[in-house]
Design a protein around this ligand. Structure first.
Ligand code: VG1
Ligand code: CO
Length: 581
């Protein structure tokens, strides 16, 4: 049978602008007639023709509710748009980093590679019939589509009149590996379903010294716990940590991927990763047992990571700095040196200090992983990170949750390599040692979720206006907390990409203080309703006697100043943030 291509009439649907990482909306919105179809056709139409016609495209995601329906629709639309092959992870499961790895590494029997991918995820947002779904497109380098493409997609969604679909193509069985071929008007169309983990595991084994990590995990002094929060990381955790590295099965919690993430919020932070946080001896009602030495968690699509020691939290900003400082010694992939390091603007300057000390190229980019890709493609950056629990390297073009855990395990193994009889060098020891060498960046983030959109916009506009008068800013600061230093510079962050010269404006409001402290405010681009205001607060301390304070206590004066300058309560009516990290 030869499948037929139908042209279906449609009309533009409002609000299909991709945010920080794709289009994220409630499932009920995605289920509205033509909602997904319009976005997918707009994406095909935004891509260069040779990346659609005759091309190979990956479609998979974190397995959240509505994924399978979406895959069947995208397959039929891809066939109708002249795509040659569709690659799907078994059960539609591929983590975001695994998709990136597949685009870069997987070679089909006929020698062809994928030119891009639809990734079906709303990442750390909850899933289920009443929760969120998401879709984004990654390009041939394995990284998120750049703004030039996402702008085009959005423009197309505003003018779309028809889409193409092969309605008579049967649904694919995505639960069994294998290739199924169909004949279409333009020739063959293949659907290739394959193991979700193989390619990714292979890549990890090229990067890390698995033998040394296995050795660490087998030591009675070392105990380990990994929490997938029922996200797609579960499809990799057992393969990597148990089968390859010899961890006990009981060290994995919530590692069965579920379409509603077990009703939880798959966001690896101190608020939402409750079970792990309690097990690690942190949180309000810590477990009675002796906590493990090392704990980690992932988000829904497994690109984020949270790193914990026994009763100890590692801030993501410190994590990337510590990985950068130890990468060359501890991780074989980096043994010939780092090409450079990069962080997103709101991420603390801990990485800057490492870069300066080790004489590494350093870049500060806007929030969102797409900005790191250009630097990596140009060979300018090896390790990068974001304060939002994202860490990664140029092995792929996405942040990588399991990679970060393996990086930490490698560092712990390295620090303990000559330590036969002695006490374990712990996560906490490694962080304290880092602060002693480089100083400490006290850091916290306040999130105000689901705030009225207009209130959020007004708050930001108020801050921009305030920035034009530093004397007024400093007067307000002195009236609030006299001990806080003066603001010496205030602006909206703007980024000029050093590789392609493209400019991104309005990337967050910054207040830079005389003593190196920073306040940053920006609106989230990943929410699905209302607005989320993020307030990032940072203070540097390099007096070794003062690096051991409680961070909320150390930052209290700056927090007060942030809330005062922004008039948070006045604009939003909120006296407390939703999440404090
Ligand atoms: C958030 C984070 C950002 C991250 C993005 C995607 O964006 O702040 O650092 O890159 O999520 O991560 P925003 O615009 O909401 O602040 V993920 O794991 O949700 O794909
Ligand atoms: Co994510």
């Amino acid at each position: 049978m030869v499948f037929q291509v139908s042209k279906k009439e449609t009309v533009p649907i409002e609000g299909q602008k991709p945010g920080t990482s794709g289009l994220r909306k409630k499932v009920v919105v995605f289920k509205e007639p033509n909602y997904l179809h319009n976005f997918v056709q707009s994406t095909f139409d935004a891509l260069p023709a040779d990346q659609v016609k005759g091309a190979t495209i990956v479609v998979s995601g974190d397995g959240r509710y509505f994924s399978e329906d979406a895959i069947q629709i995208i397959v039929k639309m891809a066939a109708a748009n002249g795509v040659r092959s569709i690659w799907i992870g078994e059960n539609g499961l591929l983590s975001t980093p695994a998709v990136s790895a597949i685009i870069r590494e997987r070679i089909a029997a006929d020698g062809s590679k994928a030119s891009g991918a639809f990734i079906l995820t709303a990442s750390h947002n909850p899933g289920g019939p009443l929760e969120d779904f998401g879709i984004k497109y990654n390009m041939g380098n394995g990284g998120p589509a750049p703004e030039s493409i996402t702008d085009k997609i959005y423009a197309n969604t505003k003018t779309i009149t028809e889409y193409l679909i092969a309605e008579d193509l049967p649904d694919v069985n995505i639960s069994v590996s294998g290739v199924t071929s169909f004949d279409g008007p333009d020739g063959k169309f293949d659907i290739d379903v394959f193991d979700s983990a193989d390619e990714y595991v292979k890549l990890m084994k090229k990067i890390f010294d698995f033998a040394s990590i296995r050795n660490l995990l087998s030591s009675p002094k070392f105990t380990f716990c990994y929490d997938s929060l029922h996200g797609v990381a579960g499809a990799y955790a057992s393969r990597i940590f148990v089968e390859e590295l010899g961890a006990k099965e009981s060290s994995l919690i919530n590692c069965i991927p579920k379409e509603d993430f077990g009703g939880g919020h798959p966001d690896p932070n101190l608020t939402y990763a409750k079970e792990l946080v309690a097990r690690m001896g942190l949180g309000k009602s810590p477990s009675q047992d002796e906590p493990p030495e090392f704990g980690a968690a992932a988000d829904g699509d497994a690109d984020r990571n949270m790193i914990l020691g026994k009763r100890f939290f590692v801030t993501p900003s410190d994590s990337v700095a510590i990985i950068a400082a130890n990468a060359v010694q501890a991780i074989p992939y980096f043994s010939s040196g780092l090409k450079g390091v990069a962080r997103s603007m709101p991420t603390s300057a801990a990485l800057d200090v490492v870069a300066k000390n080790l004489n590494l190229k350093f870049f500060e980019v806007p929030t969102g992983w797409k900005f790191f890709g250009n630097l990596m493609d140009a060979g300018m950056c090896s390790v990068c990170g974001e304060e939002s629990f994202g860490t990664g390297s140029d092995h792929i073009r996405e942040k990588d949750g399991i990679w970060a855990v393996l990086a930490w395990l490698s560092i712990i193994a390295y620090k303990n390599k000559d330590n036969d009889g002695g006490k374990l060098v712990t996560v906490e020891d490694i962080v304290l040692q880092h602060w002693a060498t480089y100083g400490r960046h006290y850091y916290t983030r306040y999130d105000y979720e689901n705030v009225d959109s207009d209130a959020a916009k007004n708050l930001m506009a108020h801050l921009v206006k305030l920035q034009s008068s530093l004397p007024e800013v400093n007067k307000m600061i002195k009236e609030t907390r006299p001990e806080v230093a003066d603001v010496v510079e205030a602006d909206e962050f703007e980024y000029k990409d050093p590789v392609d010269g493209s400019i991104s404006k309005h990337q967050g409001i910054r207040f830079l203080f005389e003593d190196g402290s920073r306040l940053v405010l920006r609106l989230s681009g990943t929410g699905s309703q209302g607005a989320t205001i993020r307030v990032y607060i940072e203070q540097y301390e390099n007096d070794p006697l003062k690096t051991g304070r409680d961070s909320q206590e150390a930052l209290a004066p700056l927090v007060e100043v942030a809330l005062k300058l922004s008039n948070m309560q006045g604009f939003t009516g909120r006296s407390e943030p939703t999440v404090i990290t």
